[in-house]
Ligand binder design. Structure first.
Ligand SMILES: *Cc1c(COP(=O)(O)O)cnc(C)c1O
Length: 457
C-alpha cells in the first residue's frame, strides 16, 4: 500500500472505531484480552507490509481497548476526546512538527503561545504567567517544583544550577495528607525524600485543615490541591495562600482536573487559588483533549524558564521557547489540541461541560443514596465516593460492574476502608448514561430498599 492508501485505511478504521463508541463494551471481554497474545511475535527479521500491521493493530487491538472515549466510562478522571481536539490532533500527525522553538515550527510556537494566553484567561490566573505544555501533570509538577526549589534557593543566595544540592540550605516541603501520588513521585525524583515531607492534616472532606497547617517559612514549598481525587474537594486557598506567601513560602497547586472548575459557575470553589506561585493542570482530563497534554503554569515566567532552561548553559533562558518551560525538549505541539478545544467550546462551552458533569455527579450521588449506598463525600464537583454496608458487598459490586462491560469505574480506599469512585468527565456522557449507571448499581446493591435480595424486604 502506498502512503496515502495506508493513511486512508487508518482513517477508515479510526472512523469505524469511533462509530462503535456508543455500543462498545466499556472494558474488554476476557476473550479480547486473551487474543492480545497475537502481538507476541518475535521481531521480524525483515519488514512486514504496513497494511497488515495496521490490520493486526485494529483487528486485535481495537477490541481490547478500554472505552474511555465513550459515554459510559466513569473511571478515574480520564475524559474523552472532543471532536475538535481529536481532529486537530489528526492534522498535527500529518504535520509531524517539533514544538521546541519558533525555528523548529513557527505554527506550533504561535498557536501554543495563544493557547497559553487563553488557558490563563479561562482559568483566570495571573496573565503574566508562563504556560509550558507538557505530557502530563506529573511531568509538569516536576517542572514547577524544580522551579520552586531553585527560586527559594536563589533568594537565599544559593546557585542551584552550579552548586547543586550538596551543602545547600534545606528546602522543606509541606503537602496535604491526601496529596496525589504523582506529586509525591515528583518530590521523590527531585530528591526531597518521602520521610522528610511534612503532611498537612485534612478534614473529613479531604481539605487541608487550616488550624493544623504546619509552620511555613521562606524555605518551604507548600503544595495544595484543587480537586482531591476521591472527594473532588478544594483546599481553602483564600485562607492559606496569603499566609504562606507572607511567610515567604512558595505555593504550588495541583489542579490536574479540578482547576477547570474555575472556568465555570463553580469558580468560587477555587477562590484564592490565583494567589499561588505555580499551578499544574491537565488538558487530557477535564478539557477532553486527547492524551497526552498538560500544563505547567508559573507566575514568574523566568523562574520556570531558568529551571527548565535548554538554551546554552547559563545563558538567559527565554520564556518564549517551549523547550525552556517543560521537561520535554522535542515533542508534538500539545498546545494545539488545547487551542482547538478552547476555540470550539468558547467560554460558555467550557462552563457548560464542567457544570453538566457536576450536575450529573450530583444526580448519581442522589440516586445512589436512594438505592441504599453510603455516599461518602459532599458531591461538590464531578466525583462521587461511595461504598456498601460491608467491605465484601463493596468488593462484589466493583467486580460485577467491571465484568459487566456496561460501564467501568474503579475502587479506592477512603478512611481506611474500601470504597468506589465514580468520575464524570466525558463530553459524551448523557443524562441517560447516568440514569443507566444508577439503575445498574441499584440492582446490584443488596441494601437497596427496593431490591428483592435485600434481607430487610
Ligand atoms: C491525574 C492526576 C494527577 C496526575 O496527572 P497525569 O496527567 O496523569 O500525570 C495529579 N493530580 C491529580 C489530582 C490527578 O487527578
Amino acid at each position: 500500500m502506498d502512503e496515502l492508501n495506508l493513511l486512508a485505511d487508518a482513517d477508515a478504521r479510526g472512523l469505524r472505531y469511533t462509530e462503535g463508541n456508543e455500543t462498545r463494551r466499556v472494558f474488554p471481554s476476557n476473550e479480547a484480552i486473551a487474543a492480545l497474545s497475537a502481538f507476541d511475535e518475535p521481531l521480524p527479521a525483515s519488514g512486514l507490509p504496513a497494511g497488515e500491521t495496521l490490520a493486526l493493530l485494529d483487528g486485535v487491538g481495537s477490541p481490547a481497548t478500554t472505552a474511555s472515549n465513550g459515554p459510559r466510562y466513569f473511571g478515574f478522571v480520564i475524559g474523552a476526546a472532543l471532536p475538535a481536539a481529536a481532529a486537530a490532533e489528526r492534522l498535527m500527525l500529518a504535520w509531524d512538527q517539533c514544538a521546541s522553538t519558533f525555528d523548529n515550527s513557527p505554527v506550533s510556537a504561535t498557536v501554543e503561545r495563544i493557547a497559553g494566553r487563553w488557558v490563563l484567561d479561562a482559568l483566570d490566573l495571573p496573565r503574566e504567567s508562563a504556560v509550558g505544555f507538557g505530557t502530563s501533570a506529573t511531568a509538569c509538577t516536576l517542572a514547577a517544583l524544580a522551579a520552586a526549589r531553585r527560586a527559594l534557593l536563589a533568594r537565599q543566595g544559593w546557585d542551584f544550577d552550579r552548586q547543586g544540592l550538596s551543602d545547600a540550605p534545606e528546602i522543606k516541603v509541606v503537602v496535604p495528607e491526601l496529596v496525589h501520588i504523582t506529586v509525591k513521585k515528583a518530590l521523590r525524583i527531585l530528591g526531597f525524600g518521602l520521610d522528610r515531607i511534612r503532611y498537612a492534616p485534612v478534614d473529613a472532606d479531604g481539605r487541608v485543615d487550616v488550624a493544623r497547617l504546619p509552620l511555613l517559612d521562606d524555605s518551604t514549598i507548600l503544595c495544595l490541591q484543587a480537586g482531591e481525587v476521591n472527594t473532588g474537594a478544594f483546599d481553602p486557598f483564600a485562607q492559606i495562600i496569603p499566609r504562606a506567601r507572607e511567610a515567604g513560602a512558595w505555593v504550588h497547586v495541583d489542579g490536574a482536573f479540578g482547576l477547570w472548575a474555575r472556568a465555570s459557575s463553580l469558580a468560587s470553589l477555587t477562590e484564592g487559588v490565583e494567589q499561588a506561585d505555580s499551578w499544574t493542570t491537565d488538558a487530557h482530563k477535564w478539557l477532553n483533549t486527547p492524551y497526552d497534554c498538560a500544563m505547567a503554569i508559573c507566575r514568574d515566567p523566568q523562574a520556570l524558564a531558568e529551571a527548565m532552561n535548554c538554551d546554552a548553559v547559563y545563558s538567559t533562558a527565554s520564556a518564549d521557547a517551549q523547550k525552556n518551560l517543560t521537561l520535554e525538549f522535542s515533542r508534538r505541539p500539545r498546545g494545539i489540541p488545547v487551542w482547538a478545544a478552547l476555540r470550539t467550546l468558547g467560554r460558555s462551552g467550557i462552563a457548560n461541560l464542567i457544570e453538566r458533569h457536576c450536575a450529573q455527579a450530583r444526580q448519581i450521588g442522589e440516586g445512589l443514596t436512594r438505592a441504599g449506598f453510603d455516599v461518602l463525600n459532599r458531591v461538590v464537583l464531578n466525583q462521587v465516593l461511595f461504598r456498601c454496608a460491608t467491605d465484601a458487598q463493596t468488593h462484589a459490586v466493583r467486580t460485577a460492574v467491571q465484568a459487566s462491560g456496561e460501564t467501568w469505574f474503579g475502587g479506592t480506599v477512603w478512611q481506611g476502608r474500601p470504597a468506589l469512585r465514580i468520575s464524570v468527565s466525558s463530553w459524551r456522557t448523557r443524562d441517560e448514561d447516568v440514569e443507566a449507571l444508577v439503575r445498574l448499581l441499584a440492582g446490584l446493591n443488596q441494601n437497596n430498599p427496593a431490591n428483592p435480595a435485600n434481607p430487610a424486604t
